[in-house]
Design a binder for this molecule. Structure first.
Ligand code: NIG
Ligand code: FE
Length: 411
């Protein structure tokens, strides 16, 4: 029941309970204890301190972390872990010169994954998705948001959300579910956008709400996908079911979508590869968390979110994987943190804040996750021996994780 970690070289992200996110200059500060201990009981962080105050707990399970670093588990606030099959052929098509847009225009992309999803049984989708979830847990993810959006039919969307519910029932990490019926227009609605949005609002949403299957609502606000006005209809409908919005926006083009999301009190706006001064102004002083997905930029060879400009403007920033079959077939938050440092010039402190406390905020769980705080879930990563935590992004291809603890138990 009790777990005591001793001789921790560096205990990172130690915070008081009142911090739910960090913004601007605050992001440069990663509070830590050197030569520390940490105690968990009943799955909750009970206490911590420096080794001169280490308690003697004869009944506790003890882990000696000499030379090792302990940090809160990653909070991955944006994924599409539930899908069927993969899109390796499109990957090779892109290597051979086709763009993501060209592939989508000939019926590939999201519609390709939707066809696969709808022809695959719920049990089979569960098995494929559980395997991915287990992989990211081993990579240190201790909380994850998962979206629907490859059904695009009432049955398909419900199937995806039921798989997410089953994952939540069977795995110990925190899982939040987001309804993304507005991911793309199915072929039969290509010329009838309002018909598909009516289907989302009048059929999908009530069915999802009656089973309590979603925590959040999402839409792909982008040129060629959902317009600002169409996304506003979706956000308003979500509000009627108490679903806050987390919106895909500014991935390829900036069309004033961010301001609309802020007006609708979106919890997060995600992607942001293209960001204008007006977008930054819209976010300033709001409660909406901007979320960058650097391994998506890496995989598609598109611009990276301008993190420096946003942080220097005083904004917070979160980092997530976007794990999905088309634009980011990887759920590795360690790689996300490293890529943010290497390509977006975030400091290690900023990147770790963005992947823990700010990630927790972007999925509505910063009261219970995202920092080493008394009373929060005992979800943390014990690294291999490190010279300092700078090694985490520096040695970007190495697995530096020794042990992952979820709810006070090694997994
Ligand atoms: O977040 N941009 C929209 N949706 C996903 C990718 C969808 C896909 O290609 O399957 C994303 O990148
Ligand atoms: Fe996404």
């Amino acid at each position: 029941m009790q777990l005591l970690i001793t001789n921790i070289k560096q205990l990172l992200q130690v915070r008081e309970p009142n911090v739910n996110k960090v913004s601007g200059k605050e992001m440069a500060d990663l509070p830590l204890l050197n030569n520390a201990w940490l105690m968990a009981e009943h799955g909750i962080i009970k206490d911590f301190g420096t080794m001169d105050t280490c308690p003697n707990l004869p009944d506790a399970q003890i882990i000696d972390a000499t030379g090792k670093t302990v940090l809160p588990s990653w909070c991955d606030s944006h994924t599409h872990i539930v899908y069927a099959g993969n899109r390796v052929q499109e990957f090779v098509d892109r290597i051979n010169g086709l763009s993501y847009e060209e592939i989508a225009n000939r019926g590939g992309g999201i519609l390709n994954s939707a066809a696969r999803l709808n022809e695959t049984s719920e049990d089979e989708i569960y098995l494929q998705s559980a395997q991915r979830l287990e992989e990211v847990m081993q990579q240190g993810t201790g909380a994850v948001e998962i979206k629907s959006g490859y059904g695009l039919t009432v049955e398909g969307e419900l199937k995806m959300l039921r798989v997410i519910r089953r994952l939540r029932e069977n795995y110990p990490i925190a899982i939040k579910a987001t309804f993304l019926g507005a991911h793309a227009f199915p072929k039969e609605y290509k010329e009838n956008h309002s018909g598909y949005i009516d289907l989302i609002i009048n059929e999908m949403l009530p069915a999802i709400a009656s089973e309590g299957l979603a925590d959040y609502i999402d839409a792909f606000l982008e040129t060629g996908y959902f317009s600002v006005e169409e996304t506003e209809r979706i956000m308003e409908a979500g509000k009627r079911y108490r679903l806050s919005a987390k919106i895909h926006v500014n991935q390829f083009t900036a069309i004033d979508g961010i301001a609309a999301c802020v007006c609708h009190n979106a919890l997060s706006v995600d992607h942001l590869e293209i960001v204008t001064d007006g977008d930054i102004e819209a976010l300033r002083g709001s409660e909406t968390m901007p979320v960058a997905l650097p391994t998506c930029s890496f995989f598609l060879s598109i611009p990276y979110t301008p993190a420096r400009k946003m942080i220097e403007a005083g904004l917070p920033l979160a980092l997530a994987t976007d794990f999905n079959p088309g634009t980011t077939p990887s759920g590795n938050m360690n790689l996300v943190v490293a890529t943010a440092c290497i390509k977006m010039k975030m400091t290690p402190e900023e990147a770790i804040n963005a992947a823990t406390i700010n990630g927790a905020y972007a999925m509505g769980i910063s009261e219970t996750h995202g920092s080493i705080t008394r009373g929060k879930a005992a979800n943390f990563i014990i690294t291999k021996p490190l010279t300092s935590y700078y090694q985490l992004p520096y040695a970007f291809g190495s697995n530096l994780i020794d042990t992952v603890i979820v709810n006070g138990k090694p997994i």
